[in-house]
Design a binder for this molecule. Structure first.
Ligand SMILES: [Zn+2]
Ligand SMILES: [Zn+2]
Length: 246
């Protein structure tokens, strides 16, 4: 093929990059093996997608922008489009986190974006998008070096771009490199393990803001709650947690 034809086909560096990546590592759907996606339209249509906020502690649905009446959580609520009990989702997240397939993040972020749109959370007239700030749950510096990317940051960035909300990944910082939460099942143990693991470097940036806190999964809610505690202690007005799966 002549050079001119190629340049008509691929217009931007991003497209060229994506094009070559697809040639080297073609994507196959985790559900049905069809080429082109990690989760194709047919398979995603079989999944139950949630778009109602819930309590980060008991996981019961919350109403409007209110907290769960039974729990004094730091995060107002959490929103997660998928259930982690679904094997397809579990495999995708595992591949994303532990086998470093970075591209999966963009596809998963799209489902979170749909879920946010369906939830109507950003359309409450009392809120303006410049009162929000998107913050990913940070990794410790050493863990970030080992993994090469922060899985929550990729998703957070995409959501920030979609809704044109400011994004901050330098403010909330993980200062303790304790054992991964996945190694402990007990809620109390997780809470102890994550205690004082985070700090806020620039309280001015989060002052009176509603922080959209992004993580990959919520299990006991200990990590998100600890981040939300630190953010609120440093002046954030509210913290809304969002994850891929619950
Ligand atoms: Zn499929
Ligand atoms: Zn609750």
């Amino acid at each position: 093929m002549q050079q001119t034809h190629i340049s008509k086909l691929v217009k931007t560096a991003g497209e060229i990059n994506g094009w070559f990546l697809d040639l080297i590592f073609p994507k196959f759907c985790f559900g049905c093996n069809v080429e082109g996606y990690y989760l194709c339209k047919n398979c995603s249509a079989t999944l139950k997608i949630y778009h109602f906020p819930f309590c980060p502690i008991c996981k019961n649905g919350t109403i409007g922008l209110a907290k769960c009446p039974k729990h004094k959580s730091y995060a107002t609520f959490c929103l997660s489009p998928f259930s982690y009990n679904n094997n397809l989702i579990k495999n995708l997240i595992h591949k994303y986190k532990y086998e470093f397939v970075k591209d999966i993040g963009a596809e998963l972020a799209d489902f979170m974006i749909d879920s946010i749109k369906c939830s109507g959370l950003f359309s409450f007239s009392a809120f303006q998008l410049d009162n929000f700030l998107i913050v990913p749950v940070p990794l410790h510096r050493r863990r970030l070096t080992w993994r090469g990317f922060n899985q929550s940051e990729i998703i957070a960035k995409k959501i920030a771009e979609e809704f044109k909300i400011d994004f901050s990944n330098k403010n909330l910082v993980r200062i303790l490199n304790n054992s991964p939460q996945i190694q402990m099942q007990d809620a109390k143990q997780r809470e102890e393990n994550i205690k004082n693991a985070f700090t806020c470097k620039n309280p001015q940036e989060i002052k009176n803001k509603i922080i959209i806190l992004i993580d990959d999964i919520i299990t006991t809610g200990a990590t998100l709650e600890e981040c939300a505690r630190v953010l609120k202690k440093n002046g954030a007005k509210e913290v809304w947690a969002m994850t891929i799966a619950k």
